[in-house]
Structures are given as structure tokens and as C-alpha cells.
Design a protein. Structure first.
Length: 106
């Protein structure tokens, strides 16, 4: 489900960001978002199986830290276009947060 969201949203973002390097930044952000989402989903189980709010909160914190770290890596090390990379990662995280309760309940 997460991969499908990233593919659809990534394709839509690719229509908006058309400069050189933007597509690479968007799809790298998509890969990072999928990896972080799977890690957050796995690690949020430590917060407690019965406590939905703790699981959602821990997942949100993991995504926030990932966004901050990614922003430093994108701007300083990888020299990718910062705006499409960060907007796409934040967008991927937003939509994955919307579907997270469905994943937790299943």
C-alpha cells in the first residue's frame, strides 16, 4: 500500500517539478520514504501493541527525524535540488501517515 502511494504521488510530483535533477530527487525521496515507513511501522510496535496513539506518535517522530537528517544530507552531501527533494519526502510522509492507521489495524 505504501509503495503504491509513493508511486502515484511521485508521478504527480514529477509533473510539477521538471527541472534537471528533480526527478532523481523525487524518486530518491520515494525510496527513503518507503524505507522509513517500514522502519517506523516495525519500530512503533515497541511503543505498545494496544496503544494506537503511542504507535502513531512514535511513527511521526521517526518520520520527523528522518526528514531533518535527509534535509542535511540532500543539501550538503548529495547536492540534489533541495526543494523537490524535501517537498516530495514531506508529501510522501504525509500520505503514508494518512494510511498508517489502516496498516496498524490490519
Amino acid at each position: 500500500m505504501t509503495i503504491g502511494v509513493v508511486l502515484v504521488v511521485g508521478a504527480l510530483l514529477s509533473l510539477a517539478f521538471r527541472s534537471p535533477g528533480d526527478a532523481a530527487a523525487i524518486w530518491l525521496s520515494g525510496l527513503i520514504a518507503v524505507a522509513v515507513q517500514f522502519a517506523a511501522f516495525g519500530l512503533s510496535g515497541i511503543a505498545g501493541r494496544g496503544n494506537l496513539m503511542a504507535r502513531l506518535g512514535s511513527g511521526a517522530l521517526i518520520r520527523l527525524f528522518a526528514l531533518v537528517i535527509y534535509s542535511l544530507i540532500v543539501v550538503l552531501a548529495l547536492k540534489l535540488p533541495a526543494v523537490p527533494a524535501l517537498v516530495s519526502l514531506a508529501t510522501f510522509f504525509f500520505f503514508s501517515t494518512l494510511i498508517e492507521p489502516l496498516l496498524i489495524k490490519s
